[in-house]
Write a protein that binds this ligand. Structure first.
Ligand SMILES: *[C@@H]1O[C@H](CO)[C@@H](O)[C@H](O)[C@H]1NC(C)=O
Ligand SMILES: *[C@@H]1O[C@H](CO)[C@@H](O)[C@H](O)[C@H]1NC(C)=O
Length: 376
């Protein structure tokens, strides 16, 4: 192993360790440098701009207590294959009304981790006005994981997001493990703080997430082969598919939510398709899910989103499995609500060991497929 250090880029610190050569040869320009295993450390208020300038020359990027200026994305898109990004200390973001994102990462074979005790502080309280993304201040989305291929994000702690947190889009073979999202300080004024919004992605696995927020814990708008396992969701709107419809991609297939807990939330299990739109939801499984402190619906499957009053048939929900979904709804809530547009738009449902109690029995279910039940 060869060791050297340099100050080629005028960064606060660069130390470089030559490790095994990269598998794929760099095609052009500075091949020697590109092949080196270069650790770059960026910190403070210049850290974000220096990181985005020099990122492709680094095989390890340490972001040490970076203070991202207002209105700026910590831009880690287009990283060199195999790059490891490590957050260290507290990453902060300046206040400004803008749509973000605060952080954006893309590339192939990318690893994102943090050191013990680190966190990304969104400073959400400066934006929270009770209106989320539906009005009031323009709020920045937090973390774009778009075009991440064969990559992982592990152990990241997100504190007080202004609005939606992870946007996972056009990604393939991405695992998100042991992520904490803690926006519980926003329980009165935070809104639309979705934990994980997923679109047009394949083979996404989210395991061991802890999400304290005020909207969907997970919302899958489109994609295939998506697993959410071993998670805890609190304060939000539940484990959601949808809303589906009205986007470029409206196909959801092969989704599994398993071994997870939803507590102190509006809903537990939730599938929402948009009235009048087209698409499909097929092969969704909820297995070993426990619910407690649910205020609105333990299980809600509706084809009339967004509250138009009419369930339509353009986004069929087929091959839906609920297996061992149990728990309690508050007495003012409703245990199960199924609102389908026709007998063929909700088909092939298999529910076993579904016991949700404590709330009201809905008198307003339509076209409940055989295999499911609105009264439990
Ligand atoms: C979330 O943050 C609050 C302070 O805003 C803290 O009291 C609480 O312990 C944190 N919860 C988790 C799970 O980290
Ligand atoms: C049902 O799910 C709960 C929560 O994940 C689990 O503890 C329990 O073992 C499951 N029951 C069966 C019969 O698999």
């Amino acid at each position: 192993m060869v060791y050297f250090s340099s100050l080629l880029f005028g960064l606060s610190a660069i130390t470089s360790v030559l490790a095994a050569p990269a598998a794929a040869p760099a095609p052009t320009a500075a091949p020697d440098l590109a092949k080196r295993a270069t650790t770059c450390t960026f910190s403070g208020s210049s850290g974000a701009s220096l990181a985005s300038k020099s990122k492709t020359s680094c095989s390890t990027i340490i972001l040490s207590a970076v203070a991202v200026p207002s209105g700026v994305t910590l831009d880690l898109t287009g990283l060199t294959e195999g790059t490891h990004v490590i957050f260290e200390g507290i990453t902060t973001f300046g206040y400004e009304e803008w749509s973000g994102p605060l952080v954006s990462v893309s590339g192939t074979d990318i690893t994102v981790t943090q050191t013990s005790g680190a966190y990304l502080d969104g400073g959400g309280a400066s934006w929270w006005d009770g209106e989320g993304s539906n009005g009031g201040k323009t709020k920045p989305k937090f973390f774009y994981a778009h075009n991440m291929i064969s990559s992982s994000i592990t152990g990241i702690y997100i504190y007080n997001p202004p609005v939606q947190v992870f946007s996972i889009d056009d990604s393939t073979d991405l695992t998100l493990t042991d992520i904490t999202i803690n926006g519980s300080a926003g329980d009165s004024l935070g809104a639309n703080t979705d934990g994980f919004d997923i679109g047009s992605s394949t083979s996404i696995t989210i395991s061991g997430a802890n999400v304290y927020n005020q909207d969907d814990c997970v919302a899958i708008n489109s994609g295939t082969t998506i697993v959410f396992t071993g998670g805890v969701c609190s304060g939000g709107h539940g484990l959601s598919v949808g809303s589906v419809g009205g986007r470029d991609d409206n196909t959801v297939s092969g989704v599994t939510f398993e071994s997870s807990e939803v507590k102190d939330s509006q809903n537990g299990v939730r599938i929402k398709t948009i009235s009048g739109d087209t698409g499909s939801v097929t092969g969704v499984t909820y297995k070993d899910i426990t619910l407690s402190g649910i205020t609105d619906y333990g299980i809600v499957i509706r084809q009339d989103y967004d509250d138009t009053g009419t369930a339509t048939t353009g986004v069929p929900i087929t091959n839906l499995i609920l297996d061992n979904v149990s728990g309690t709804v508050d007495s003012t809530g409703t245990n199960v609500w199924i609102y389908c547009g026709s007998s063929s738009s909700c088909e092939d449902w298999t529910w076993t060991e579904v016991t949700v109690s404590g709330g009201k029995t809905s008198s307003d279910c339509t076209y409940v497929p055989s295999g499911a039940s609105c009264s439990d």
